[in-house]
Design a protein. Structure first.
Length: 273
């Protein structure tokens, strides 16, 4: 059914309006990041960016934001790789091997979705303390390696692979691990891409656990750095704060930009052959 011209115009207007509403905080933060305190607090407010880019230099140097961005990137990268690898192995075991209690174990894995980090943060901190991992990369990486979401996604993906493909691989003398790495993983490239984007952004945005698990400045992550830009005693320089926020948005945006095709196709499992 073809849309009439006025219907198409209304649809385009609603789409553009939705984009502006969703993107308004980002656009406003970019504008404020280029303004001086006088411009930020002026009335009526100025909605045009200025040519003042010193806020980015101040934000970068004042809290050692470069080191914090490196920490966040390294942790997010290692967690993403570890989660995907463990999820692939777990899903492969659940879909291609028969063992007692498989259904119950898979149910237990899914139940862990109901136990996010804030719920078990006290017990987790106690374990990290006993292992003497506080203020190390181990404490920021290891607790996030297991992924019920990733396991579930790969289980669903592997179940869609025709059984005839496995039979043909066995006839050619293909072992289980070779079948996984040479056949199943290439067929699951879209799911891997989607999960990579989700996990990277999730870890990049972590604040509460890194705040508890780190003590020294050189182990802090970028979200803590943004919080450190906000003063509770003096008037805040919102230009500097927004400059820090804009810089912290760049790595996740780049990851999404380069992997957006995989992200969009990753959940369309039923359309892939």
């Amino acid at each position: 059914m073809r849309m009439k011209p006025y219907q198409r115009s209304i649809l385009y207007f609603l789409v553009i309006l939705s984009i502006l509403i969703v993107g308004a905080p980002v656009i406003l933060s970019i504008i404020i990041s280029t303004q001086t305190p006088a411009q930020v607090y002026s009335y009526p407010p100025k909605f045009l960016p200025s040519r003042n880019f010193s806020n980015f230099v101040v934000a970068w140097k004042s809290v050692n934001l470069g080191r914090m961005m490196f920490n966040s990137f390294f942790i997010a990268f290692m967690v993403s790789v570890g989660k995907i690898l463990l999820s692939l192995l777990a899903a492969f075991a659940f879909t291609h091997f028969n063992f007692k209690g498989k259904s119950i174990l898979f149910f237990v894995v899914l139940v862990t979705l109901l136990l996010p980090i804030p719920v078990r943060i006290v017990a987790l901190f106690d374990i990290m303390s006993k292992l003497k991992w506080i203020d190390t990369y181990w404490a920021l990486i290891v607790p996030f390696l297991a992924s019920a979401t990733g396991t579930f996604l790969f289980v669903q993906r592997f179940r869609q692979v025709p059984v005839e493909l496995l039979d043909a691989a066995k006839m050619d003398g293909c072992g289980p691990m070779r079948y996984l790495f040479q056949i199943l993983i290439p067929l699951s490239a879209s799911t891997i891409g989607a999960l990579t984007v989700i996990e990277f952004i999730y870890i990049w945005n972590q604040y509460l656990w890194p705040l508890m698990a780190t003590n020294s400045k050189h182990m802090r992550v970028v979200q803590i750095g943004v919080k450190m830009l906000i003063s509770t005693e003096t008037m805040n320089n919102w230009g500097v704060i927004m400059a820090g926020v804009v810089m912290t948005m760049i790595p996740p945006l780049l990851v999404f930009f380069f992997m957006q095709e995989s992200f969009m196709r990753g959940f369309a499992l039923g359309t892939e052959k």
